[in-house]
Design a binder for this molecule. Structure first.
Ligand code: GLV
Ligand code: MG
Length: 323
């Protein structure tokens, strides 16, 4: 291990994160009753410019008056290049003790994080807020991806990084079909096989971006979260995208429609078999320690310390879900 200790963000369940437009208060009640782990009430891209003020008022009322249960509540503020952003922060943070997180869209540099941190710190101090606001950052521009490591380490408020695939595609001018989906043009054509035919294997065009963000997040103790999948009529496509993200280390995925919440929770929760195996690994380790043995084995296989650490993480996650 490095001598450098990574400070871990507060442990929150973040398997699913539901986007709810602040301009559509008729959707709030249903979201509050859903099984989602985190909700972000959106003041940014789902809200038209002439609805920004009303959306902010809706969000303040809803955060104060609705019962959101134990969910983690966030707002997505407008970008730092707009004049809506300062009011999003000042008005909502001043008025809403229930708010847990602020989501910063299109973060480009560590200084963007610093600026919002300064503003939030002043409001917290002035208002004597007891609960400290955390930050979630959407990495969704070429600039943000270039500076992802500095952004990840820019504030002790940072909790998670989110891959905003739609804006990322726009910023990098990637050729996409549907938001977060795959593109048949991103494929490998094999050389001729034994029988002379050639096979085509589709690839995941988001692999590099997502993997890069995961590394920056984990190296700074943050949760990496995969962003939207646009076609909410394609649960299999959603599951496949979520599984790819989970395999790379993401802890959760956005839902842009309530029907995607269950899919995210399903893919991002460890299975009963995985939890069972993790528990057996930890039991085998405890047994080996009690017997003074250096090597731990289970089912005829040697267990190394990396597997033990993975088992600890998994069991901790299962406990959080059960709670
Ligand atoms: C999310 O904001 C995205 O652009 O994908
Ligand atoms: Mg976006």
């Amino acid at each position: 291990m490095s001598f450098h200790t990574i400070r871990q963000a507060p442990a929150r369940l973040n398997r699913s994160e539901l986007a709810v437009p602040g301009s559509q208060p008729q959707l709030f009640e249903k979201a509050a009753k859903s099984d989602v782990d985190v909700i972000f009430l959106d003041l940014e891209d789902a809200v038209a410019p002439d609805e920004k003020d009303q959306a902010r008022r809706n969000v303040i009322t809803a955060l104060n008056d609705l019962d959101w249960g134990a969910k983690t509540m966030s707002i997505r503020i407008n970008g730092l290049d707009t004049h809506y952003m300062y009011r999003d922060v000042v008005d909502v943070v001043e008025a809403c003790e229930r708010l847990d997180l602020i989501m910063l869209p299109k973060v480009g540099t560590a200084a963007d994080v610093y600026a919002v941190d300064m503003l939030v710190t002043q409001i917290e101090d002035a208002k004597g807020r007891s609960k400290r606001i955390g930050f979630e950052h959407i990495i969704e521009t070429a600039l943000g991806m270039q500076n992802v490591s500095e952004i990840a380490g820019a504030s002790p408020r940072n909790e998670s990084l989110h891959f905003g695939v739609a804006d990322y595609a726009a910023s990098t001018r990637a050729r996409t079909t549907i938001i977060g989906g795959v593109n048949p043009d991103y494929a490998v054509l094999t050389d001729p096989l034994g029988d002379g035919t050639r096979a085509e294997h589709w690839g995941d065009m988001w692999h590099y971006a997502l993997a890069r963000m995961v590394v920056a997040a984990r190296a700074n103790g943050l949760r990496p979260i995969d962003g939207p999948f646009g076609d909410f009529q394609d649960p299999d496509g959603y599951r496949a995208a979520a599984r790819r993200a989970a395999v790379l280390g993401c802890e959760g995925k956005w839902a842009i429609h309530p029907s995607q919440v269950a899919l995210a929770n399903e893919v991002m929760s460890p299975s009963a078999a995985e939890v069972d195996k993790a528990n057996r690994i930890l039991a085998a380790m405890a047994e080996a320690e009690a017997a003074g043995k250096g090597a731990v084995s289970l089912d005829g296989r040697l267990i190394d310390y990396a597997s033990i650490r993975q088992a600890e993480v998994l069991v901790e996650k299962a406990k959080q879900i059960a709670a």
